[in-house]
Each structure stands twice: as C-alpha cells, then as structure tokens.
Design a protein around this ligand. Structure first.
Ligand SMILES: Cc1cc2nc3c(=O)[nH]c(=O)nc-3n(C[C@H](O)[C@H](O)[C@H](O)COP(=O)(O)OP(=O)(O)OC[C@H]3O[C@@H](n4cnc5c(N)ncnc54)[C@H](O)[C@@H]3O)c2cc1C
Length: 707
C-alpha cells in the first residue's frame, strides 16, 4: 500500500508515462559540453538564417535601428486589392459560402443540450424548433435560387472550377455533427475540393488559384462562418504546407511532380514535425533518425511523431528527421514521402491503406481524440525501419531543400500559416462577439437595471472589453496580411510570430468573456459559443506555442545585433536617433510609437551588449525576452489600430473602440466606458430589428408564433 502522506504525488494519475527509445544511437545534435551561449549561437547558425534577406522586417528594424518604419507600413494601407480583384474575390467568397451552407439537421442540434431530439421534444421548445426550421428553409431556398441563377462572376468561377448547380445543390455543413462524430464526411471533403479550397495558395501555373494573402484571408474568414474551427484548421494546415515549402525550397521537378496533384485534390499535404519527446523544442530534441542505407539509395527511418494534422487524407507527407549519413553529426532534414490516402477514401479504404502502411513500417494511428477542432484528424505516427528512397519512382528527389537545412525549411514555411491563424482568430472572435451582443440585448434580466442583460453595467464592461480586443485583432491582422502582399521579400518571421501571439491570446480572451455573457448556454452542446470556446484554445498551442514565438521574435531582431560589434551597435543607435518617420499619422501618435520603439530597442541593445560583454547569451534570458516581446506586440497592435483609424469609411462604433485602445495604452489605464458598449448595442439592435422585420414579412401568414 502506498503511504498517502509520505508520497502525496501518488494521489494523482498522469496517464501514458513517456518512454523514449534511444534512436540517436549515441550521436549528438547539440553539443552540451559547450557553453550555453555557444550552443545557442551554433543553433542559430544551423537554422541557416531566415527568409527574405532582401529586406529587413519591421521588427528587425525596430530592434536594431530603433525606428518603427511607419512609412513602410503606410504603403501597405494603400496597397489594397484593386476593384477588379475585389469583385472577383467577392464572387468567389459568395460561391464558397453557398457551397458551405448549413445542413437542415443543424436546426435540431441545440436540442441535444436540452436533453431532447426532434422526436422527443418539449412543447415550448417545439415552437422554437419549428421557427428555426422555417428560417433555415428560407435561407437555403435563397442560396439555391442564387446557385441556379448565378451572376456572371459566380458563373465564371463555377466554370473555372468545373462545377455546376448539381454539385452544390445539397447543403453539407453541420459543425456540431463534425464535432460529435469527430469526422468530416467524405462528401464534404469532395465539396471543399470542388470549391478549390485545397489549392488556394498553389500557384496558377501548377493548377492552383494563386491567391495572395489578402484574398486567402477573406476565404479563411468565410470558412469560419460555418462555426467550424475544424474546417478552417484543415484548410489552413494544408494551405501552409501544400505550397509554401515547395515555393521556397522545392526544385522544379518536385514542384511539377507534386503540386499539380495537390491542386487537383488527390489528397492533402501533412507535416510531421512534433514528437512526444520534442514538442516546442522541435529541433534539438527530435529523435526521429533517418539512417542512410549502406548502398546510399534510401533512408531508413525510426522514431515517432504526434498530432500530425490531415495525415489520414494526405497524398504527401513531409517528415522532419535527423539524417545519419555516417558523419559524426546528425543533419536536420525534411524528407518527403507519397502516401496512398485520397480525399475520396471511404472508411474501409482508409483502414486498408493504414494496415498496408503498417506492414511497411509506418504506423499511422486512427484519429486522435482531441477536445478542439475535432474531426481535423491528428495522428500519432511511428516509423519502424521505414524506408524512404532518396529519389522516388518518378526520379523525384525525396529531400526538400538540402540535407542539413531542415530547420530553415520548417520555420520559414510556417510563417504564412501563422499569419493565417490571425485571420482565423480575427473572424472567429468577431462572430463570438457579435452573437454575445445580440444575445445580451435579447435576454430579459433585472428590470431595476433596464431589463436586459446588456443593460447591466458589468455586461457593458464586458462588451467594451470585447469590442476593443476584437477591433485591435482585426486591425493587426489586416496590417500583417497587407504587409505580406506588399513586401513579398521582407523577412516577416517576427511579424508572423507577433500576429499569432496577439490574435490567438486576444481571441481566447474574447471567447472566454463571450462565454460569460452566454452563462449556462456556453456549456450546452449545439450552441456555437460552446464550440467556439473549445476551438479557440487550439490556436495558442499549434504551430509554435506563443511563449516560444515571443522569445523567437526578439531573437530574430537580436540576431544581427549579436553579429555586430559594440562599435556597430553604437553606430546603429546614433544613425536612427533622429529618425521619426510618421507614416501619415498625427504627431501625437507618431511620437508615442517612435518613442516606445526607441525605448524598446535601447532595452534590447543594452541586454545584448551586457551579455556580449559577460560572454552570455541574450537568447537564454527568457523572462526578459518575453516581457520585451509583449512590448513589441503592444507597439505593433497600436500601429495597426492607428493606421486603421485613418480609414475614412470606418464605422463610428469601431472607431470608438480603437480610439479607446490607444487612449488606454497611452495613459497606461484600463478604462472600458459604457459609451462604447452602447454604440455596439445600438448596432446589434439595428441588426436585430432588420432581421425581425424581414422574418415578420416572411412568416406573417405561415407561422403564428412570430407575431
Ligand atoms: C490540434 C493540433 C494540431 C497540430 N498539428 C500539427 C501538425 O500538423 N504537425 C506537427 O508537427 N505538429 C502539430 N501539432 C503539434 C503542436 O505544434 C505542438 O503541440 C506544439 O508545438 C507544442 O508542443 P507540446 O504539445 O509538446 O508542448 P511543449 O513543448 O511540452 O510545451 C508545453 C508548454 O510549455 C511552455 N513552453 C514550451 N516551450 C516554451 C518556451 N520556449 N518558452 C516558454 N515556455 C515554453 C508553454 O507554456 C507550452 O504550452 C498540433 C497540435 C495540435 C494540438
């Protein structure tokens, strides 16, 4: 018997204690006998530098030069889509939203939360159910009508994509069903493929749609309107990996061989980096080894991977492994392997292929059961002497980039994905916020305060808080999206880390506050807020945990400084001392941003210089770096908000929220005036009235409950 008092730790059970077999075979990757500083420098050198060496990023400039390049940022504001591109993308978005419309049974899903179903339903709930059903029928009929009589631009898209009315006739999306069954139905995958959602970022010459980041942002936001983080997660993981690694590191043969297949929708592309024993320390601790065979013709893989998204629908998998080719040191490398999975696979076909691969030494688990973005299918993978030839049967090289350059391939390829997470979060919280304001004006509570939830002072504070966060995320995402399109050769690794941290943490905060407004409903199955809250946890963890990204973003800027000597530091500091470019902002805003940037840069430089003198590494001072990163995130968010405020068409309520954000920053206070909540409540009332009037007209004769 265990003595509880003596061994309190045994009162808890943590399943699956980790066992790590020693695949490294005595070889090391990072030499622990060196000083930590030298190890970090060596690691940075191995990462091979970041992309876009043609132009420094905004944050690199801020750190090394002490100036926020507002003139560069201003250019991004003016560089929006042309009217022609706007018309085209609007038509595509409309088509995607018809294609991804809700199935009829979505109307009954909320009944699960009440312990009911359409066959066993309490009388009062029945009225609501029938009302919702009538609403669904009207909107589905309207979509069918549009699809049967599409405008010229939608028609053109349908022709280009090779789809007609029949292909889109049946509504297929039910986020609650996907969540419950942890599975995206095959016909929905087919629909998504037909709509072009798996070739969004693949260049046109390979059969893709070749969307730029702004257009891609619009599509990701549209998918989120289905309330399914799962569908957005699938498209986003695939889009990040389905083309960017090839664009940056693929040779011509690899591009011509793989990309047309992916664009055609044979299957998705997955990326196997994370291991149970490596996680965020993905490079150092990775223990998947690819040993070169004695004849030099193949790699033999041993090791494991976890959480690999889309693995079960992939026609191609990219695997991060350490190559052992006989040299004393292991070489981080990205290998490729074609997989037999197809989007159209039935469950039986998928299982048969899984078993076949197992015999070859590649064990791909059944989908993991996670609590967020359920159905986006993550897999646990083990390699047991699994063979990958150096070139495949078609003579195509199975190494992406060069042997030993794997770190660079991974980190640079993940950038655009992180920016995509911004779009995902910005739109999801817009939705969470919108529905919680609508809910708060419809719920009758406490007459002494005005009679609605929205009239309670604390709820008003919640609304203002959410409004500010939502608008700032939106503005910062817009800034990053435009930055990527305006400066394709810029090193945006730090900006993408900023936007991922800013958007995902903000989105988590807004979802949690929205959950409070919904009260008990936030826990009930079949309600969007319950789903959103679970899904919004995921972005903070995937594609690099935020803490690591924050450290990284300062690291990227520090890197050139570490190379520079003290004299160089001084020269840089002096050269920008009087640089106050304004980007067309007011003197007060410009001054605040530039002074903050100079203070920030000075702190980083002092940190760097002190450590260089002491022979230590700045990159190991984590708490300081994370605090500095938060300062940079604040500056970046403020710049996004200030530039957004220059938009003459910005609605008044959004303007109020962004102005308050800036006021709070400048005064270092957290004020959440009720006037901002009131402005949003007014907008929600207008929306609800329009909706009610429309419904009244439609339902007047057919549905008595509404009057
Ligand atoms: C839904 C989902 C999909 C995914 N898809 C993929 C995929 O397709 N391919 C793939 O390769 N991986 C994928 N992942 C893996 C994901 O990228 C990892 O979970 C993530 O990198 C974190 O690794 P970990 O879970 O081992 O956490 P750990 O690395 O153990 O980190 C745990 C916690 O420790 C702290 N921490 C970690 N590192 C630092 C640091 N440097 N500084 C400060 N604090 C730190 C943080 O609080 C962090 O949350 C997916 C994960 C999920 C949940």
């Amino acid at each position: 018997m265990l003595q509880k008092d003596k061994n309190p730790v045994f009162n808890f059970y943590i399943p699956g204690e980790f066992y790590s077999p020693d695949y490294l075979g005595g070889k090391s990757y990072s030499d622990t006998s060196e000083s930590q500083a030298a190890t970090v420098k060596k690691l940075m050198k191995k990462s091979g530098g970041m992309l876009g060496t043609g132009q420094n990023g905004i944050i690199q400039e801020a750190i090394s030069g002490g100036v926020l390049r507002l003139n560069w940022l201003e250019k991004t504001v003016n560089d929006k889509l042309s009217p022609e591109c706007k018309r085209k993308i609007n038509a595509y978005i409309e088509l995607v939203s018809y294609g991804l419309r809700f199935k009829k049974d979505i109307v009954s899903n909320w009944l699960t939360g009440y312990g009911s179903s359409p066959d066993d339903i309490a009388p009062d709930l029945k009225k609501e159910y029938e009302y919702n059903l009538a609403g669904w029928t009207i909107s589905n009929d309207a979509a069918l009508d549009k699809l049967q009589n599409p405008g010229a631009e939608i028609k053109e898209w349908m022709n280009n994509l090779g789809i007609g009315f029949e292909d889109l006739k049946t509504p297929l999306v039910n986020p609650f069903e996907i969540d419950e069954k942890i599975c995206v139905p095959t016909e929905l995958f087919e629909r998504m493929k037909n709509l072009g959602l798996f070739k969004l970022k693949i260049q046109k010459e390979f059969g893709g749609l070749g969307l730029n980041q702004k257009e891609y942002d619009r599509v990701i936001r549209t998918i989120i309107h289905t309330y399914s983080g799962t569908l957005s997660g699938i498209v986003s993981a695939h889009s990040t990996l389905g083309s960017k690694p090839f664009e940056y590191y693929g040779d011509d043969n690899q591009r011509h061989h793989h990309l047309p297949k992916v664009a055609r929708g044979d299957g998705l592309v997955s990326f196997a980096l994370t291991e149970r024993g490596s996680g965020t320390d993905a490079v150092n601790r990775a223990a998947t080894i690819a040993r070169l065979s004695p004849d030099g013709k193949k790699y033999v893989l041993n090791g494991s991977k976890i959480y690999i998204t889309n693995a079960h629908r992939s026609c191609l998998i990219l695997i991060f492994a350490k190559v052992d080719d006989g040299d004393p040191e292991l070489k981080p490398t990205v290998l490729m392997k074609e997989l037999p999975f197809r989007l159209s696979d039935t469950e039986e076909q998928l299982e048969e292929k899984r078993q076949r691969l197992k015999k070859e030494g590649l064990y791909i688990s059944k989908p993991l059961e996670l609590s967020g973005i359920r159905g986006s299918d993550q897999a646990y993978i083990e390699f047991h002497n699994y063979e990958i030839p150096l070139v495949n049967e078609a003579g195509i090289n199975n190494v992406l980039g060069k042997v030993g350059e794997g770190t660079k391939v991974i980190f640079n390829s993940l950038n655009a994905g992180r920016a995509g997470f911004g779009s995902f979060c910005a739109e999801a919280v817009k939705h969470a916020f919108r529905i919680s304001v609508l809910e708060s004006i419809q719920r009758r509570r406490f007459d002494e305060h005005g009679g609605r939830l929205a009239d309670l002072p604390q709820v008003k504070k919640y609304i203002t808080e959410m409004a500010i966060k939502t608008e700032v995320i939106d503005a910062a995402v817009e800034l990053t999206t435009n930055l990527i399109d305006t400066y394709p050769h810029m090193n945006i690794i730090a900006e993408c880390a900023v936007i991922k941290a800013l958007a995902t943490e903000g989105a988590w905060m807004v979802s949690a506050v929205a959950g409070r407004v919904f009260g008990g409903q936030s826990l009930m199955k079949g309600y969007p807020i319950e789903l959103i809250m679970r899904d919004m946890w995921v972005p903070m963890i995937v594609e690099g945990v935020n803490e690591a990204l924050k450290q990284h973003l300062v690291g990227v800027g520090v890197k050139p400084l570490l190379k520079a000597g003290l004299f160089e530091h001084l020269k840089l500091a002096l050269s920008h001392l009087f640089n106050y470019e304004s980007g067309g902002l007011s003197v007060s805003d410009m001054w605040w941003l530039q002074i903050k940037t100079k203070i920030f840069s000075t702190k980083v430089r002092i940190r760097g210089a002190t450590d260089i003198i002491k022979g230590e590494s700045t990159l190991l001072k984590q708490r300081e770096l994370l605090a500095l990163a938060d300062e940079m995130i604040e500056i970046y968010g403020a710049a996004g908000a200030m530039l957004k405020l220059r938009d003459k068409n910005l609605p008044g309520h959004k303007k109020l929220a962004l102005e308050q954000f800036i006021k709070n920053l400048k005064s270092r206070k957290n004020n959440y005036p009720a006037s901002i909540a009131n402005a949003y409540i007014k907008e929600a009332e207008k929306e609800l009235n329009t909706q009610r009037n429309l419904e009244e007209k439609i339902f007047k004769n057919s549905f008595t409950c509404i009057s």
